[in-house]
Structure formats: structure tokens, C-alpha cells
Ligand binder design. Structure first.
Ligand code: CP
Ligand code: NVA
Length: 308
């Protein structure tokens, strides 16, 4: 049985909470777990799940990942717990961490996640905030590694809103030395602190580019990636954002401008004929459902390391 790298008592709030070595280790362990060449057990461990926003993949992949290592999850619905009635995070965090071994949280403000982490006595995992989605990025880079093996030869073009998913792709990409291009409309840039930190890690300004023309951004790209134009919590801006992102749809024409072996990724859920066409989702280039499956494998690896 492979012994997971020790990340005990560490939080995973950001892609930057692990080193390049730890990241590569988690991806390798995830692949071994996926191929069933290793098996890890943490019997009776409990992961608490707090989701202030909807989720299909993150919730279920955490539940299945915990059950695969012999543990269990408790899904805390904010509306039926005291969380929805305004109990302070510092009280909830102290109480829940005295019952659970880990807590995964999906919420709006990243500062609320940090508040949970400050008061929790057990590791806290970011299951998505408005700033980052680091568990998603683990699955994305496992999917890329399965296809291209050598990260340093990969050009990843993200086409869409420069928010949580893009921010974590940038940071993880920087740790792995992947060239990342963000193609976004002018008002939808990634977080400036994320860009600054990524540039410090890359030590090469050419490896992170912000481009406003998707057709230029996909030239020579091996991976095309998109996300919804209107994220959870932005429902009222939907009509306006649909207009702002006009021209940023991944369609067969855009895919044909990338490299011949280019793959297409999407974190899901997808809005067909907005950020991506049905034809591309269902095309031979798509690795979208492999990517979704990989959420479970990388999270199983991550949980194992955080429990070690
Ligand atoms: N990609 C992702 O996080 O999906 P869910 O919102 O369904 O969890
Ligand atoms: N940017 C999207 C990601 C969904 C997984 C959102 O925050 O809704």
C-alpha cells in the first residue's frame, strides 16, 4: 500500500496551499487510485460538507471518495442547520471540527472560508469560493497529464470569465510550468493578486498571457477550457454577461484553430450554445466527462494526504 504524503493539519483553501512536489504527488496518487494499483484506508474518518451554493460533482465526488477510503460524510444543509440562521462561523467551525476530521466548504466570499479555517481545529478544504476552485484544478491537471504527460509542453487556453476556475488554473499551471492563456472580455480579468503570484512562480512573463481575442489565444493551444459565463450568485447579471461574452463560445471553428491533438475541457455544469456548443462537448476532442470523473480520484488522493 502506497503511503500518502503527509499534509496533516494543513488547509487546502488555495492551489498555492501545496507545493509543486506535493501537487505532483497528489496527481500521481490519484492516477494510481484510479487504476486500482493502490488502495488507501482511513476507516471511520468523517468529512463535513457545508455547501452554501448548489453542487453535483463536488458534493458527490467527495462523498464517494470518502466512502472509498472507508470513511463517511455529513452533508450540512445551511437552511436546515443553524448556519442559515446566522450562527457565527467561529462557533460553527469550532463545534464541527470537534466532531469531524475534515471540513469541505463551498461558499461565496473567500474570506468566510478563511474564517472557517482560522477557527477549525481540523483541515478545511475549499469546495469553491468566488475566488478559487482548487479541487477542480487538481482534476483538470490530472486530465491534462493523462493526455500529454509532460506539462512543460502544454499550452492551456481558458476562454471565459477570469474568476474562480480560471484563478485556480493559473496558480496550478504556474506550479506545474504549464503555459496558460486567459481569453476574456476586458472587464472580466483574473484576480490581480493571482496574476502577480503566478508571475512570481513562473519567473517567465511569457508563460501567462491575458488575451482578449479567443481566436488568437487558441493558436497553438493543446487544451481549450471554458466555464459558465454567469457563475453561481450572478443570476441577475446573466443577460448582460451573455452580451459581454458574445464571441467567446468554444465551437468547432475555434477548436479547428488549436493544435490537431487539442482536447477540450469544461468544469461543468455547461450551458450549451453559450460558452460551448453541444457539438464540441460531444466531439472526439472532448475530455469533459473524464475530467468530471477525475474529481473523485484527485479528491480521494487529497483527502488521504490531509488525513495522513
Ligand atoms: N465543477 C463543479 O464544481 O461542479 P458542481 O458545481 O456540480 O460541484
Ligand atoms: N464559475 C462557476 C464554476 C462552477 C463549477 C461558478 O462559480 O458558478
Amino acid at each position: 500500500m502506497l503511503k500518502p504524503i503527509k499534509l496533516a493539519k494543513r488547509n487546502f483553501l488555495s492551489s498555492l496551499d501545496i507545493s509543486t512536489t506535493e501537487l505532483i504527488y497528489i496527481l500521481d496518487l490519484a492516477k494510481k487510485l484510479k487504476n486500482k494499483v493502490t488502495n488507501i484506508e482511513y476507516k471511520n474518518k468523517v468529512l463535513g460538507l457545508i455547501f452554501d451554493k448548489s453542487s453535483t460533482r463536488t458534493r458527490v465526488s467527495f462523498q464517494v471518495a470518502m466512502s472509498r477510503i472507508g470513511g463517511t460524510t455529513i452533508d450540512l444543509n445551511p437552511t436546515t442547520s443553524q448556519i442559515g440562521r446566522g450562527e457565527p462561523i467561529k462557533d460553527t467551525a469550532r463545534v464541527l471540527s470537534s466532531y469531524c476530521d475534515l471540513i469541505a466548504i463551498r461558499t461565496f466570499n473567500h474570506s468566510d472560508l478563511e474564517e472557517y479555517a482560522k477557527w477549525s481545529t481540523k483541515p478545511v478544504i475549499n469546495a469553491l469560493t468566488d475566488l478559487e476552485h482548487p479541487c477542480q484544478a487538481l482534476a483538470d491537471f490530472l486530465t491534462i497529464k493523462e493526455e500529454f504527460q509532460d506539462f512543460r509542453k502544454v499550452v492551456l487556453t481558458f476562454i471565459g470569465d477570469g474568476n474562480n476556475v480560471a484563478n485556480s488554473l493559473i496558480l496550478c499551471g504556474a506550479l506545474l510550468g504549464v503555459e496558460v492563456r486567459i481569453a476574456c472580455p476586458k472587464g472580466f480579468l483574473p484576480n490581480p493578486f493571482v496574476i502577480k503570484r503566478a508571475r512570481e512562480i513562473y519567473k517567465n512573463d511569457n508563460l501567462l498571457k491575458i488575451i482578449h481575442d479567443p481566436q488568437i489565444a487558441v493558436n497553438g493551444a493543446n487544451v481549450l477550457y471554458t466555464d459558465v459565463w454567469s457563475s453561481m450568485g450572478e443570476e441577475k447579471q446573466k443577460e448582460q454577461k451573455d452580451k459581454e461574452f458574445d464571441g467567446f463560445t468554444i465551437d468547432t471553428d475555434l477548436v479547428s484553430r488549436a493544435t490537431q491533438d487539442a482536447i477540450v475541457l469544461h468544469c461543468l455544469p455547461a450551458y450549451r450554445d453559450k460558452e460551448i456548443t453541444d457539438k464540441v462537448i460531444e466531439s472526439k476532442n472532448s475530455r469533459i466527462f473524464e475530467q468530471a470523473e477525475n474529481r473523485m480520484h484527485v479528491q480521494q488522493a487529497l483527502l488521504s494526504c490531509l488525513l495522513s
